[in-house]
Design a protein. Structure first.
Length: 501
């Protein structure tokens, strides 16, 4: 059995190397590559991904997994070798259950989608995107049908991003958010909009913002010996193994905290990827448990830390020193209020903590209806706009700010949106448990000491990497299942105080 395990590990290590190399080329494309490199680069990445796919889905790997799966039947969940076989088997099934012709069709539909969508969005022309949207949902419906063991088509797609999650559970949590959040949004809107965030919008030197951002991510524990921060158009985090985890962002001269808060978010992702045990290197275990868990780490550092009062008591003097004339009249407290301004927006990525999840609820509801045939793609803009009106009280003026705003559907990422909200909910559960276990954490943050919090996350979340299903990991780390209640309690408490409700 040890020979088979060694054989499997050697094969999977090569898959990991190929995938990491493809990721490195993609990082280069989005940060360093001259525009002329685009055509050749697409071929290079496609070749590496094809090789990785072929290696992983080879018959020999299937035989090894079948034999080893039988050997490890009944092994305890925490056994590393059993976990490796379990996770690799899940990925192998995911990769082999879709016929190659359908994979190719999906690739075709989504790459066309990604080339049409930016133009349709720029022109706010939904009709230009509609035929491709129809095609993508049609392909995705057939992909979902490749997983007959799933309880619903949406479950089959969701499982790729959030293994073990299901539509019924997601809908129950989203219904709770949908009941409780709109009244909170309305109560806040009823207070006069005092323009508390006006100070964030001005003219702030780019180099000074960049230097401050670098310092902020380093302070929370992001290690520049194992990482980089580089400029890009759309911020992201990526890793090429356990000790090279990079983040990117852009500076907006007209927005003082966009780069800073976005970078705390990406650094939160990076701290997670830097926290996997070395013994999981070059194996499928040396990755995140799911996109939702990944997002819980980024949101925890962005919101629970970066938008906390304690953080601004620590960090504001540094920010004030960097922008002395503009911020002379501000205080840590006025800044804390500024970065927690609540105001409904059309665009999800600009949303605050209170309204954010209403954006994901509406996408989830539309996606399920589109996938299961209750909503035709041509009616998607009207359905979208009605929900924005209902949940956020806004009238969408054009599809550019509505149904065309996200790249997800054009990219075939259907079943992906719930992971953002799962991340938000889990971030509060992890943080609450960390503070329950280590009560000094809030005071430590106010003193610029982030290692107690990071240490708790390393020990209780990061260390497990992909070993457990995300739902099980939340249960193991916090003693509770995933729930909307702690998140709602956190919002009510924080924003009742901020808005004197
Ligand atoms: Zn994120």
């Amino acid at each position: 059995m040890q020979n088979k395990l060694a054989d499997l590990k050697a094969r999977l290590a090569e898959v990991d190397d190929l995938e990491n190399t493809a990721s490195l080329l993609e990082w280069d494309q989005l940060t360093m590559m001259p525009p002329g490199g685009a055509a050749g680069r697409a071929d290079q990445v496609a070749t590496l991904q094809k090789l990785a796919h072929e290696k992983f889905t080879a018959d020999e790997v299937g035989h090894l997994l079948a034999d080893l799966g039988a050997e490890y039947q009944g092994a305890p969940a925490e056994d590393n070798e059993a976990a490796l076989v379990r996770v690799a088997t899940r990925l192998f099934r995911r990769k082999t259950q879709i016929p190659p012709a359908l994979v190719a069709e999906m690739f075709q539909a989504t790459s066309t989608g990604q080339s049409i969508w930016p133009r349709a969005r720029a022109a706010s022309d939904f009709s230009a995107f509609l035929p491709q949207l129809e095609k993508i949902f049609d392909v995705k419906r057939r992909v979902a049908a490749c997983f007959p063991e799933a309880a619903s088509p949406y479950d089959a797609l969701l499982d790729e991003y959030e293994p073990g999650a299901n539509t019924v559970q997601v809908r129950a949590m989203f219904d709770e958010l949908k009941r409780e959040l709109p009244p909170l949004v309305q109560a806040i809107a009823a207070r006069s909009d005092d323009g508390r965030d006006a100070i964030l919008h001005g003219d702030y030197d780019e180099a000074a913002q960049w230097a401050l951002t670098r310092r902020a991510v380093e302070q929370i524990g992001y290690d520049f010996n194992q990482g980089r921060l580089d400029p890009t158009v759309h911020p992201f985090e990526t890793s090429f193994g356990l000790h090279d985890v990079r983040i990117t962002n852009r500076v907006r001269r007209d927005h003082l905290t966009a780069c800073l808060m976005g970078s705390l978010h990406e650094a939160g992702h990076a701290l997670y990827d830097l926290g996997y045990p070395d013994q999981y290197a070059r194996t499928p275990l040396g990755h995140s448990a799911s996109l939702g868990i990944h997002e819980s780490q980024s949101r925890l550092w962005e919101n629970l830390v970066g938008r906390s009062r304690g953080y601004w008591h620590y960090f504001f003097p540094q920010m004030q020193a960097a922008f002395a004339p503009q911020l002379a009249a501000q205080t840590a407290d006025s800044f804390y209020r500024a970065v927690n301004t609540v105001r409904p927006t059309y665009v999800r990525v600009e949303a605050d903590e209170v309204t954010y999840n209403l954006h994901t609820v509406l996408r989830f509801e539309l996606e399920v209806d589109l996938l299961e045939g209750r909503l035709e793609p041509r009616h998607a803009p009207a359905a979208w706009n009605a929900k924005v009106k209902e949940y956020l009280g806004l009238t969408v003026p054009e599809d550019r700010l509505g149904v065309l705003q996200d790249t997800h559907w054009a990219s075939g990422l259907i079943g992906y949106f719930p992971t953002y909200t799962i991340g938000n909910l889990a971030s509060v559960q992890f943080f609450n448990k960390a503070v329950a276990d280590v009560p000094s954490i809030p005071a430590d943050i106010a003193h610029g000491q982030f290692d107690t919090l990071l240490g708790w996350l390393r020990q209780n979340v990061h260390r497990h990497a992909r070993k457990y299903l995300p739902g099980d990991l939340i249960q193991i780390a916090t003693g509770q299942p995933l729930s909307a209640k702690p998140y709602l309690a956190y919002l009510h408490k924080k924003y009742s105080e901020l808005y004197s409700l």
